[in-house]
Design a protein around this ligand. Structure first.
Ligand code: BEZ
Ligand code: FE
Length: 304
């Protein structure tokens, strides 16, 4: 077929996707094409405007490197990341709610046992906080031997990955056989999402809030349970109602109380009094499908 018009072009592009072998990929591409064409039509997109769009997307890609993830940031500020999280994590009642991963997670952080000190090597001091709690199933029973990947910004609101130095205020904290975990850190502070790139330009142009309420990030994993990627926010933070990336959930707002225990402070190197945050994570059981997939991967790894 030739001679495409505004009226038959969408159908023709969709028809050319019909030979795509992977059914799910075909479904996604078909829908994406239909929505993109409908969008151009709805706003009567001009060539100049679309060229601006292409320049923007190019700049987003060019801003990315090993440490900077501008594509994730774009998805976050458009609410797309939280939409995908919401669609995919209809957690069991009582389970810890999931949120965006954000652009600052890194593999390979140091492992800590009960009471590990995430402040070691931090280039900036903050208010000492003793974070403790349990990892439980939705039935309230302790989950043994969970791992908590924790990361947070420094006192100036900048993540270690945004600078040239070593890992700071991040670690893999192992919970014990009773599901208990604890670590020392600094109280997180609110901060701005990175505003020195094209996503920052977009946020400014739309007069949107660029601040994130104070939080620490956590990925909690344990064998036989669904992993949860989440945040723990700080009660009373001024930005809880306007998070730039829409990640706040009431159930994830933690209360920082005053702790006063000279023996604990001495043992774990905290100032006394100190702040303490108690927060339990609750995991949903692994789905049958996920269990099967995990076993299949383990079996093929054993053969290889
Ligand atoms: C973060 O919390 O680290 C984050 C999440 C989304 C965008 C920017 C930062
Ligand atoms: Fe963060």
């Amino acid at each position: 077929m030739r001679q495409f018009t505004e009226d038959n072009l969408t159908d023709e592009v969709v028809a050319r996707l019909k030979k795509t072998k992977d059914k799910r990929f075909r479904e996604i591409m078909t829908s994406a094409v239909k929505h993109l064409h409908a969008f151009a039509r709805e706003v009567s997109l001009t060539e100049e405007e679309w060229f601006e769009g292409i320049k923007f997307l190019t700049a987003v890609g060019q801003k990315c490197d090993g440490k900077r993830q501008e594509c994730i940031l774009l998805s976050d500020v458009l609410g797309l990341s939280m939409m995908v999280v919401a669609l995919n994590h209809k957690t069991a009642p009582g389970a810890t709610e999931a949120t965006v991963l954000g652009p600052f997670f890194a593999h390979g952080a140091k492992e800590y046992g009960y009471g590990g000190d995430l402040r070691v090597g931090a280039t900036m001091k903050g208010e000492d906080v003793w974070v403790s709690g349990r990892v439980l199933g939705v039935d309230g029973k302790p989950v043994p031997n969970a791992a908590l990947d924790i990361w947070q910004a420094k006192a100036d609101g900048i993540y270690d990955l945004q600078t040239e130095g070593e890992f700071e205020l991040r670690g893999r904290v192992k919970a014990n056989a009773k599901g208990e975990y604890a670590f020392a850190s600094y109280k997180p502070k609110f901060y701005s999402i990175p505003m020195d790139g094209p996503v920052g330009d977009l946020v400014r142009a739309t007069h949107n809030n660029h601040m994130r309420p104070a939080h620490m990030h956590a990925i909690v994993s344990a064998p036989g349970y669904q992993q949860v990627i989440t945040h723990v926010f700080v009660e009373g933070d001024p930005y809880l109602d306007g998070d730039a990336v829409f990640a706040v959930k009431n159930s994830l707002v933690g209360r920082y109380k005053k702790g006063n225990d000279a023996a604990l402070a001495k043992k774990f190197g905290l100032s006394n009094p100190y702040l303490k945050l108690e927060f339990d994570f609750r995991l949903s059981p692994e789905t049958a499908g996920a269990k099967k997939a995990r076993k299949k991967i383990a079996a093929s790894d054993a053969v290889a």
